[in-house]
Ligand binder design. Structure first.
Ligand code: ZN
Length: 162
């Protein structure tokens, strides 16, 4: 069974810890993004279903989609789109006054089947990355969301294990 839990609350509980980030540059691995025309106001968390970071990137490329960051199980973060650019990860769904979440968000794909716990080292890496992004743009807690938060009919990520 998959439970959906408020992502902002769970992230906040992890934010007290600080973790050194290991970010690998994969920004030459995708062309499926475009220029951002407005500001950044939201952070969107997904889980991948695909079991590896490379597999996740391959699936995104096949579907002509993209994400800013892929967080691997060992805590390594792969950056595939610059935050200044608009990644293609949210599909449909609105959140508050935001009609296109791709316009206003930074996205993180967390490597996870959706039916397994998240390793501590991975949770810590995602929390540290999230804290950095939230700090850079002054993102409000209410705008730290799971994909399922704003598209509950179509999406069930991030799973309640996070
Ligand atoms: Zn998603």
């Amino acid at each position: 069974m998959i439970l959906l839990i408020n992502a902002a609350f769970l992230l906040t509980t992890h934010l007290v810890m600080t973790t050194a980030l290991n970010i690998v540059d994969w920004r030459n691995q995708t062309t499926y993004w475009d220029a951002r025309t407005g500001g950044i106001y939201a952070l969107v968390l997904h889980h991948t279903v695909t079991p590896t970071a490379q597999g996740t990137l391959d699936v995104l490329n096949t579907r002509r989609l993209s994400i800013h960051y892929i967080a691997d199980k060992n805590g390594t973060i792969y950056q595939t789109v610059d935050e200044a650019n608009r990644a293609w990860h949210t599909g449909t769904g609105v959140w508050g006054n935001f009609v296109d979440m791709n316009d206003v968000s930074v996205g993180i794909e967390i490597v996870n089947s959706g039916d397994e716990p998240f390793p501590e080292v991975q949770e810590m890496a995602v929390a540290a990355l999230s804290k950095a992004i939230v700090g850079r743009y002054g993102i409000l807690p209410k705008n730290i969301v799971s994909h399922a938060d704003f598209d509950p009919r179509n999406k069930e990520d991030v799973s309640g294990y996070f």
